[in-house]
Design a binder for this molecule. Structure first.
Ligand SMILES: Nc1ncnc2c1ncn2[C@@H]1O[C@H](COP(=O)(O)OP(=O)(O)OP(=O)(O)O)[C@@H](O)[C@H]1O
Length: 439
């Protein structure tokens, strides 16, 4: 019992400490993780140490500095010189979650655009509307001092834009840079609302997910097949399974590649724990108790199914916790409303499904709970989703905590396989009083 108490105290301390911790930028920028670089030529281009070294347009630099980016992260320093060089080369990029991949490809897109040419030149696809919107926010910040015309291609009613008074179709027709989800973008091409002929750069964020045939692969391939022949193809993700990487190599031929070994994929500043619950019902009790006992900054609770998200959101609310809930069953407006509230910090606890497992960047999130462990349709561990989910905390050198709920032999096996796969210990937290006495 004493041991358990110590562990929960130490967990409490860890989570409370996180609230006051500043990001360890230097730790991130000087991280010892060895990226394996495979180059398509032997130009002596090395990594840069400052954004000035990239010889970017002054107005882009101004935007970057206004965002508070003083120097490039490791992936930015290594990838940007290759991404922006002429003639353009394809890229298959990999780096850990929260290390600044977005800025690397956004800066590349903006650096390729001729602002005098009033046609679509850069296209970026992401797997969820929340991620597409987030990428657009980064585009708008970085491009603040440029005249770039942009449009977001996500599912929405066809209304006039509040900011410009133009209809969405007019905005699409004028856009030089579009960020969107594959279904909506494909539809815009099909209806000839956007024109592919002048596209110079095509980016897939969360590329392994976008190329996965079980997921968004079909749509991404259809769109890729429409791209002009000399279009630069840029793929970024924190994870590529072996099969997806070989498909990516065909999708983006002759690409410069950045890859990480599997044991280097998990971010060291994210502590990983598991709690051994008695059964499915006990999981809710443990969750309820955790939120009663601990002072937690912002956190995300992941479940496998929309129904579970609805049920635990309702029960947590009934028990007096302030939580919000986001999944694919909500309308576009509801999703935007929930996400915006979470980003503003109006709500501290977000319950969600895998729809938000990738890319979402809310720096204040210091705890991720895997209420249901990520598994595929057959119950086998989904390693990539696990890494993306826990990567919603510990962003850009910050520290974070992840807790996995285990409740039966299968979920125990899943946790053990994940631990073995990434070669990173997942530490047990004893469930102590009041947890034991309540159930
Ligand atoms: N050079 C920089 N200096 C300071 N902050 C940065 C820099 N580059 C990126 N960031 C910040 O780091 C955070 C994480 O970046 P980003 O979301 O691009 O990570 P990512 O590598 O795409 O992660 P994921 O794999 O989860 O999608 C963001 O808040 C971003 O604004």
């Amino acid at each position: 019992m004493e041991n358990g108490a110590t562990e929960v105290n130490s967990l409490t301390e860890q989570i409370s400490n996180l609230e006051t911790q500043e990001p360890k930028h230097n730790a991130l920028q000087e991280s010892s993780h060895d990226v394996v670089v495979t180059r398509v030529d032997d130009d002596p281009i090395l990594s840069v140490t400052t954004f000035e070294d990239l010889k970017l347009n002054e107005n882009l630099l101004k935007g970057i500095y206004e965002m508070g980016f003083t120097k490039p992260s490791k992936i930015q320093a290594k990838a940007l010189p290759l991404l922006i060089k002429t003639p353009p080369q394809n890229m298959i990029g990999q780096s850990q979650s929260g290390t600044g991949k977005t800025a690397a490809f956004v800066l590349t897109m903006l650096s390729r655009i001729d602002f005098d040419l009033k046609s679509l030149q850069a296209l970026c696809l992401a797997p969820s509307r929340e991620l597409a919107r987030q990428i657009m926010v980064e585009v708008l910040k970085m491009a603040k001092y440029t005249p770039v015309m942009t449009a977001e291609a996500i599912r929405e009613s066809n209304v006039k834009s509040y900011t410009t008074g133009k209809s969405r179709n007019e905005e699409f027709a004028e856009a030089q840079l579009i960020v969107g989800t594959p279904g909506t973008v494909y539809d815009l091409f099909r209806r000839r609302i956007i024109n592919k002929n002048t596209i110079k750069i095509f980016v897939l964020d969360e590329a392994d997910n976008m190329l996965d045939q079980q997921s968004l692969g079909d749509q991404s391939i259809k769109i890729k097949n429409m791209m002009p022949k000399d279009c630069q193809i840029v793929l970024f993700s924190a994870t590529y399974s072996r099969e997806v990487r070989s498909f990516a190599e065909r999708f983006a031929p002759n690409a410069n590649q950045f890859s990480l070994k599997v044991e280097e994929l998990s971010v060291k500043t994210i502590s990983q724990f598991y709690m051994d619950c008695k059964n499915e019902q006990h999981k809710f009790q443990v969750l309820d108790d955790l939120y009663t006992l601990l002072t937690i900054g912002q956190s995300i609770i992941f479940v496998q199914k929309r129904d579970t998200a609805d049920i635990i959101a309702r029960r947590m609310t009934e028990n007096g916790h302030k939580v919000i809930n986001l999944h694919g069953g909500l309308s576009a407006n509801e999703r935007d409303h929930v996400m915006d509230g979470f980003r503003r910090g109006d709500a501290k606890v977000l319950i969600t499904t895998n729809v938000l497992s990738r890319g979402i960047d809310v720096l204040q999130v210091n705890l991720v709970i895997n209420y249901d462990l990520p598994t595929d349709a057959t119950g086998k561990p989904d390693f990539e989703t696990y890494l993306h989910r826990i990567g919603r905390t510990g962003r850009f050198g910050r520290t974070g905590v992840s807790i996995n709920f285990v409740h039966d032999a299968n979920s125990w096996e899943v946790v053990k396989s994940i631990e073995q796969h990434f070669q990173r210990e997942i530490i047990k937290i004893e469930i102590i009083f009041p947890f034991n006495n309540i159930c």
